[in-house]
Design a protein around this ligand. Structure first.
Ligand code: GLY
Length: 378
């Protein structure tokens, strides 16, 4: 069902966001924004997990606006995604993010068959990361890597939609089955009994024996990395949409309830929701933006207006606390934390936060194309 915004009193800054994206289309000049401060984004080549959030924003804008600049800019970026797969540049589980918001989005909005084929190739590559003994998709490094071969991470839940979509497109049930099995393994081992989560979990990669939960981007193994929890909320809501498996819906709800219960009063999470007092008090607006999209999706799937209102409240909190009010700013949201333990972009714009904030704004307007769920032309 479709729930519509009722409670939001705050004006959604959609027009301002679109004009900023339009200006950035020229400024970024074929390169990829990752994080930024002092009103500017730092630009990179297409070499890391963040690369597709910029084309994803352009495709969201293209679906909403008749201005051709968004579509033209997004299309001009796709060759770098072909190149990246051909040259195997930093290929990890993040193939899902990378090729959903570039190639699948382009196919979905333009019917471009070459883009569809590229997304399917990426899905094939992602499926090859599945490890039978432990029934999971290996997150990082080459398949079978001695140190990383046994690790799953929460973030992978948001990479599964590429596999579900590829299964629906090709009729090859293996894609769906791999995604479903990975989701089952993640539910069993990443989610703790209280609804919080480990960022990562290790298995013996030869036997599949479960070993232990470990953090990577959180404060400690038993703390609660906020963006990881947000990936689980949205990822399980999507798995539930593709699989109609009640345990996935329950996992989305359980992680959502815990996320919401541990938020501070202003609703913008610290980068880790279980920080000892006084420790590195950075916030992560991107976690709130991802969680908002997850809550809005889950509320619509489960026909739950109260949960929908919680998603709206997160968007309002982002507008009130994190929206870049300086019209010269290139970013939409301030106060993102990319990787606090490594000291990377601890209080900056993050393109991943900007993408999900824009998706949330469009969802509240009932105007978002759905790049994560079924496209309606499978
Ligand atoms: N997927 C990487 C991150 O969320 O930082």
């Amino acid at each position: 069902m479709t729930l519509v915004s009722a409670a939001t009193q705050t004006k959604l800054p959609l027009t301002e966001a679109l004009s900023r994206i339009k200006r950035n289309s020229t400024l970024f000049n074929g390169r990829f924004p990752n994080s930024g401060s002092g009103l500017h984004y730092t630009l990179n080549d297409n070499v890391n997990w963040l690369a597709a959030f910029w084309p994803g924003m352009l495709w969201l804008a293209a679906a909403y606006s008749n201005d051709p600049i968004y579509r033209q800019t997004a299309v001009s970026l796709l060759p770098s995604f072909h190149n990246r797969l051909n040259k195997q540049i930093h290929i990890t589980h993040d193939l899902g993010f990378l090729y959903t918001l570039s190639a699948r989005a382009q196919w979905q909005l333009t019917g471009d068959e070459a883009a569809r084929q590229l997304a399917l190739r990426a899905a094939g590559e992602l499926a090859r990361r599945f490890r039978e003994p432990g029934q999971y998709i290996q997150a990082w490094k080459a398949v079978g890597d001695p140190e990383e071969g046994g690790r799953i991470i929460a973030d992978t839940m948001m990479n599964l939609p590429l596999l579900f979509w590829a299964g629906a497109q090709t009729g090859n049930g293996r894609y769906h089955e791999i995604a479903r099995r990975h989701a089952r393994t993640s539910r069993q081992y990443l989610i703790r009994p209280d609804g919080s989560s480990f960022h990562t979990f290790f298995f013996d990669q030869k036997t599949g024996r479960p070993l232990a939960g470990r953090t990577h981007q959180g404060y400690s193994d038993d703390s609660l990395w906020a963006r990881g929890q947000a990936w689980l909320i949205y990822g399980f809501a999507l798995a539930a949409q593709w699989c109609a498996e009640p345990a996935f819906l329950a996992a989305a709800r359980q992680t959502a309830v815990t996320f919401l219960a541990e938020l501070p009063e202003d609703k913008i999470p610290p980068w880790d929701l279980r920080l000892p007092p006084g420790e590195l008090p950075y916030r992560d607006s991107s976690a709130a933006a991802i969680a908002a999209c997850g809550l809005l999706r889950l509320a619509q799937l489960d026909d739950d207006p109260a949960l929908y209102a919680q998603g709206e409240a997160l968007v309002e909190a982002l507008i009130n606390c994190c929206w870049e009010t300086n019209p010269d700013g290139e970013g939409l949201l301030k106060h993102g934390a990319l990787h606090v333990p490594k000291g990377w972009a601890t209080d900056e714009y993050l393109i991943v936060g900007d993408y999900f904030f824009l998706e949330a704004l469009l969802t509240l307007e009932n105007k978002t194309p759905d790049f994560w769920g079924p496209a309606g032309k499978e």
